[in-house]
Structure formats: C-alpha cells, structure tokens
Write a protein that binds this ligand. Structure first.
Ligand code: KG4
Ligand code: ZN
Length: 334
C-alpha cells in the first residue's frame, strides 16, 4: 500500500501549529508556535490577540513544517484542520488557511474535532486496541470517551461546570500565579503536603460526570477565611490538597469506567495529562496491567497539529471529506 501523508493545522486556542504525519502514526514534522508570552500579562487567552497572532504566524509555520519534513505540498494526500471546538476567531484562521491550501493544491480537505485530535496523539506512540477508554482533560474539556473502533467516540461522562484545566487555571489565578496556572500548581504541589481536606464531587452513584466548581470555590473560601483570621496557609499545601482532590476523582472514575466497559486500553489526553500528580496516580492505579495505560509524552499532551493530522488520517481513510463551506464551529460536538 501507498504511504499516506496528511498535513495537519491547529489554531483553536493560543498555539499556531502545523504538522505532517505519515500513515497516522509517524510524525514527520511538528511545528508549534506558542503565544503564551503575549497572553500572560492579561492572565489568560485574549481571543482577539490569539486570532491576530495566528494570522501573522500561519504561513511561516506552514513553511517551517514543510522544510522540517523536506517535502512539498504536492506530496500531501490531504489537509486536515481543527474545525472546533475552540475560539471562533482563532479556528477561522486555520480553517481558511486549510481551505486555501486544499483549493490551490487540489487536495482533499478534512475537518477534525479538537478532542479527537487529543485522543489520536496517543496513536503516534502506540497502536490502538478497542474497546478503548479515553480520559480527556484539557483547559476546555473533561470527558470520559469510549471508543469501540476508529473514529467512533461515545461520551460516557463529562464535566457539568468547569473543565479540570480551567479549575487549575482559576485556582492559580487566586494564588496570583502567572498564566497558564496548571503547570505552576503542579510544581507547587510537589513541594507541599495535602493537609487540607477539600471536597470530592463524586455526584450520583454510577455517574461518570465531573464537577470542579465546588472544589474551586472551596479553595477560594479557604484562602479568604485564612486571610481574615491572619492565618498563614502555605501555597504549596493548598496546591497539593487541591491537586489531590482533582486527581482522586479523575483516577477513580476512570478506573471504574475501565472495569465496567471492560476495555483493552486506557489513554489520557489533553493538557492536564501533563500533570505529574495525575500521571503518578494513574500509573499506580493501573499498575496491575489489567488495562493497558497510555499517557502521551509531554509535547503531545498540549495543543499541537501532529494530533490533528493523526486523527485526520483516520477520517481520510474512512472517506470523510469536508466541503468548501467547512466552517469554524466553536461548540462542535464530538
Ligand atoms: O489541551 P490544552 O493544551 O489546551 C486546551 O485544549 O484546553 O490544555 C491546556 C490546559 C490549561 O488549563 C493548563 O493549565 C493545563 O492544560 N495544564 C496543566 C498542566 N500542564 C498544562 N494542568 C495541570 N498540571 C499540568 N502540569
Ligand atoms: Zn487542546
């Protein structure tokens, strides 16, 4: 069989990224331009600034990816792009760049769901075995997704309020840590002790849904009350206690779902998969190897385009093609 080369484009948030993936499994080029520095002073991603940076960067990043791969557009089999969810103005830059490229070079155009991308980042490391359970934890998502086959995503649980990464970022903000707060809290947690008992939102019996807003409020209230009573709480301990609450719920629900659906593999996806506390707890919980656990290496956890090309390869092989009216969809369902 002929090798399949897919060019992926990702601009859903604050990363301008282009990658080339071979046969859905091998990264040939992977270029990511992060805008974190530009958004830092605002304490979060400013959508208008994100869009402008994407426009400035996209052509250069595309050239860089082709150079890195030592390939031309003519050698690509299709162009895959994140169509949603994400910031609409940011998504539009990628979608229009992909359309222009596909039209100019007469290549098929493929729309990819951002979360499908996060899941497929794992396939760049190891082949999938179904049924497969995926814990998706990012700045915008917290979901447990069951897959019976390629391209088939069934959401069995999701957050009812904040996403896990969002909770990390909000707690970090309360502690006056710079954006993005997730990695900072993770660092502090390593140096602290989980001495404060924060609530765990298990929700109804048998539910695989999540909720993090109560925990976030509990952290804010604890800080506020301590301040009023001139009591000193170590940031490290607060971070460790918060992290323990998040991680315990994520890991226990994931394990329970893995058992109930009798899956072969459990994979973790999204920016929060970079969290060291979560990685350690998952490795311990899944140590008996009843289910094979896959956690992607750090650069594949956060937003990149290799994951979009990897997910796009399956869509390409399954015959999915986007029409020329492909549009950015900020609240696209998986
Ligand atoms: O997947 P991602 O790069 O972008 C989205 O699609 O949202 O995830 C970004 C999120 C942010 O909320 C960030 O704070 C969080 O992932 N994050 C972490 C860590 N690294 C990134 N959260 C906790 N611990 C980390 N080490
Ligand atoms: Zn993401």
């Amino acid at each position: 069989d002929k090798d399949v080369y897919i060019l992926g484009i990702e601009t859903s948030c604050d990363e301008t990224a282009v990658a080339i993936v071979k046969n859905g499994k091998e990264t040939i080029a992977n270029v990511v331009a992060s805008q974190i520095e530009s958004h830092k002073r605002f304490g979060g991603v400013v959508p208008e600034i994100a869009s402008r940076h994407h426009v400035e960067q996209i052509t250069m990043i595309l050239e860089e990816a082709l150079t890195e791969a030592n390939m031309t557009m003519e050698e690509m089999d299709a162009i895959a792009v994140t169509e949603g969810p994400g910031l609409v103005g940011a998504l539009l830059v990628g979608v229009n760049a992909a359309k222009a490229l596909a039209f100019a070079h007469q290549k098929p155009l493929i729309g990819v769901h951002h979360i499908a991308g996060h899941i497929y980042a794992n396939r760049l490391e190891k082949e999938f075995q179904f049924p497969l359970l995926s814990l998706v934890v990012s700045g915008g998502h917290t979901e447990l997704i069951l897959m019976e086959e390629h391209g088939d995503f069934k959401v069995i649980g999701e957050t009812r309020d904040d996403a896990a990464g969002e909770a990390y970022d909000k707690v970090a903000r309360t502690l006056q840590l710079p954006y993005p707060g997730g990695p900072k809290i993770d660092q502090l947690a390593k140096e602290g002790e989980a001495s404060i008992l924060f609530p765990r939102a298990w929700l109804e019996d048998g539910s695989y849904d999540f909720s993090f807003s109560g925990l976030k409020s509990a952290v804010i209230n604890t800080l506020h009350n301590a301040k009023q009573r001139d009591k000193v709480i170590k940031k490290e301990d607060l971070a460790a206690s918060f992290q323990e609450s998040v991680v315990e719920v994520l890991v226990k629900k994931t394990f329970k779902a893995a058992e109930q659906f009798d899956v072969k593999q459990v994979i973790v996806a999204g920016g929060v998969a970079a969290n060291s506390g979560l990685r350690t707890a998952l490795e311990e919980t899944f140590a008996d190897k009843k289910f094979e656990l896959m956690i992607p290496p750090l650069p594949l956890c956060t937003d990149n385009a290799a994951m979009i090309a990897a997910a796009g390869t399956i869509a390409y092989e399954q015959g999915h093609r986007a029409a020329w009216d492909l549009n950015a969809n900020p609240s696209l369902d998986i």
